[in-house]
Design a protein around this ligand. Structure first.
Ligand code: AMP
Ligand code: GLY
Length: 424
């Protein structure tokens, strides 16, 4: 039995908490800072994910032996390194890589260099800074549109621009490099070839030697129906993507996942945690769009409910050297997640709206994201509020269940996409 701490406050972290709570190995479960959903099943700690000193004290006080890091920012800032520097804590399992490996997400240039070094398929690219901006203009002139411009560093999911016109692409390159459009994140910019295809997300848990393949998913990023309008943190997800055939999965493992794990070993980069492969299928060929060093959100809310075996035992095996022996059992039934969001999101929206009807939902799982508990009532506290996940024999039936459950929930301004899965 062990005490576990989850860092983060979204639907992803509520899904982790729900699964870890079921484990026969879980003694006490803490979430920092958590939300109204995690408050029901764990102890929320009033600590933010960037407060390393306070997290360290909480780990000691609550005798935590395993920490699951939800979001990327603390990993890129070196949370894992910080915790294991404390001699008293060197036995703790941190699920999430150290700073060096977290650059796979923290620096697009680092990721592209890694992909090229290990011959992993990805879009052709070059990286530019203010010092060679004119080469950037030449690169744009010599590439076919559309142009994909990516701020090198973390930019809260906003640092990628896709532009049709070469003059506008050059203007944007100037804005990013010279006028720091994305702050220091865009002091270096990756310009890459546009890949036309369908996106999917694959996930593994690795100890740096071996890995377990977790369920894959497809997420829906745009706010509007038929994938239109602004990008969001994610409006829904489906696991598995029905177009992911066995032969495509084999290709992904042979050409992308295995070479990534082997590449980390060759480069002598330790890795403990999740790797999220953001992929695009062009024709029958998979390419890496990006690496993330954590699980996806909302994908996790569709992926986790399909894991039948003991999830904490799986996480624990990463540090105990037994990952390769672990028998991971996945539910064959698909899962669908539909996100309920605040009216106006992803632009300006109001918070603090009371949420009604949650207790009447029985056929779906409800993962809380931007929601908090005050005086036994639940209120919205963010743009993406609740993730409604259902499992069924088919994607269609699972979606019907989620949409039936949604009818029972309401808060002022509530919005959601009615067409999750429309393209499948
Ligand atoms: P990233 O932050 O690298 O995942 O990029 C954000 C989104 O931009 C991706 O999910 C894709 O939809 C799109 N994107 C990124 N790179 C490319 C590319 N080379 N070709 C086409 N679309 C891309
Ligand atoms: N769903 C995409 C992400 O978590 O970055």
């Amino acid at each position: 039995m062990m005490n576990v701490l989850i860092l983060g406050s979204g639907g992803r972290e509520h899904a982790f908490a729900y699964k870890i709570k079921e484990s026969r190995l879980c003694k006490n479960l803490f979430v920092a800072p958590g939300n109204s959903g995690t408050a029901e099943i764990a102890v929320n700690l009033d600590i933010q994910v960037d407060q390393f000193v306070q997290i360290e004290s909480a780990i000691i006080k609550h005798e935590i032996s395993l920490v699951v890091v939800g979001p990327e920012a603390p990993l890129v800032e070196g949370f894992h390194d910080y915790i294991t520097q404390n001699n008293k804590l060197d036995n703790i399992s941190v699920i999430g890589p150290k700073k060096v490996a977290a650059q796979l997400e923290g620096s697009k240039d680092f990721a592209k260099e890694f992909l090229n070094r290990h011959n992993i398929p990805t879009a052709a690219h070059e990286t530019f800074t203010v010092d060679n901006i004119s080469s950037g203009y030449d690169y744009i002139d010599n590439t076919n549109p559309p142009y994909v411009l990516k701020a090198d560093g973390l930019a809260a999911g906003k640092g990628v621009l896709i532009i049709d016109n070469p003059e506008e692409a050059k203007k944007s390159l100037y804005e990013m490099l010279v006028n720091s459009q994305f702050g220091s994140a865009s002091s270096s910019v990756v310009v890459e070839e546009f890949l036309d295809g369908i996106e999917l997300s694959c996930f593994v848990l690795t100890d740096g030697e071996t890995y377990k393949l977790l369920p894959s998913a497809k997420d829906y990023k745009r706010i509007g129906e038929s994938d239109t309008g602004l990008n969001t943190g994610g409006m829904g997800a489906i696991s598995p993507p029905p177009f992911l055939s066995d032969s495509l999965m084999k290709k992904i493992e042979n050409e992308i996942i295995n070479p990534t794990i082997q590449g980390l070993k060759k480069d002598k980069i330790e890795y403990q945690g999740f790797i999220f492969f953001g992929l695009i299928k062009v024709g029958d060929e998979p390419y890496v769009i990006e690496y993330n060093v954590r699980m996806g959100d909302p994908e996790t809310e569709a992926v986790i409910p399909r894991i039948k075996s003991d999830f904490l035992e799986l996480l624990h095996s990463v540090n105990s050297g037994s990952l390769s022996d672990y028998n991971l059992i996945i539910d064959d039934n698909p899962a669908t997640t539909v996100f309920l969001v605040s009216g106006g999101y992803p632009e300006l929206y109001e918070k603090n709206k009371q949420i009604f009807g949650l207790e009447t939902v029985t056929n779906s799982m409800v993962f809380h994201a931007g929601a908090i508990k005050k005086d036994e009532k639940i209120f919205t506290s963010g743009g993406r509020v609740l993730a409604i996940t259902s499992l069924a024999n088919t994607i269609q039936q699972a979606l019907e269940k989620s949409y039936e459950s949604i009818k029972k929930i309401n808060f002022e301004g509530m919005n959601f996409r009615k067409d999750i899965g429309f393209d499948l």
